[in-house]
Design a protein around this ligand. Structure first.
Ligand code: 5GP
Ligand code: 5GP
Length: 222
């Protein structure tokens, strides 16, 4: 932790699907973002991750004192679109407990220099990418209309994103439901393919967790 590490190769914007995660964590309202009165039927942010082309990644690269004051104007947006969907609060690399997004800055954000220099730039870059590349719109335009219990061919979901985004996403499943969807970017923030399981790399093939038909469960709070 805290080692100097070589410069990363590309970014992955990792998004999470509340309908898959929340059913098992909605009871812990003190911490998580699953507790709300309206249905939540969209991807929320997990993190912007600097990655290496060999399927590994750096983490916890430099000690910075997380300063909430520096990002105060973004806080309402971060709380809304980057909620923790888990029950436990997130331990950070260096500074103890904090919101999920503060943990993501310390673990991943601190490794994203020289492209991203500080926490304000990390959060604004992540939010910009999230709003610019709206995965829900990509799915709808590609004919994937979210409906509870419906099964979609994995290839159809990948194609819908590929067609709109211009590059291959990575999809992570849990028991056949989409848990995460990742969009990848070159260091100039232009879309590029995420690593795929065809790469002869076990760091990557571990991610091949989706069956041929997948679901996108809706999350309807009780
Ligand atoms: P999991 O084992 O649940 O897939 O991932 C655990 C943690 O490892 C994630 O929350 C994330 O911090 C990190 N991680 C997993 N896959 C990747 C990846 O492809 N790139 C980066 N940068 N971190 C990852
Ligand atoms: P990562 O390893 O991705 O950087 O972060 C995962 C860490 O944050 C784990 O310690 C996990 O318990 C915690 N965490 C808190 N909220 C969430 C969430 O909504 N999604 C994920 N994947 N991890 C979360």
């Amino acid at each position: 932790v805290g080692r100097e590490q070589r410069e990363f190769d590309y970014f992955a914007l990792s998004l999470q699907w509340p309908g898959t995660i929340c059913p098992s964590t909605r009871h812990c309202c003190a911490v998580n973002g699953c507790c709300r009165s309206e249905p939540l039927q969209t991807f929320t942010i997990h993190g912007l991750w600097p990655d290496y082309d060999d399927g590994t990644w750096p983490s916890c690269c430099r000690h910075t004192n997380f300063d909430m004051d520096k990002i105060l104007p973004l806080k309402p947006t971060l709380d809304k679109y980057w909620p923790s969907l888990y029950c436990s609060s997130s331990s950070t690399c260096f500074s103890g407990k904090g919101p999920f997004w503060a943990h993501e800055w310390e673990k991943h954000g601190t490794c994203s220099s020289p492209v991203v220099k500080d926490e304000l730039e990390y959060f604004s870059t992540t939010l910009d990418l999230y709003f610019k590349y709206n995965v829900m719109e990509m799915l709808t335009n590609g004919g994937i209309h979210i409906s509870n219990g419906k099964k979609y061919a994995l290839t159809d979901v990948i194609d819908a994103v590929k067609c709109a985004f211009g590059a291959l996403p990575q999809i992570v499943c849990k028991k056949g439901s989409v848990e995460e969807l990742r969009l990848c970017f070159n260091k100039d923030l232009k879309p590029r393919d995420c690593l795929t399981t065809t790469a002869s790399n076990e760091n990557v093939s571990k991610k091949n967790s989706c069956p041929r038909y997948i679901t996108l469960p809706t999350y309807d709070p009780l």
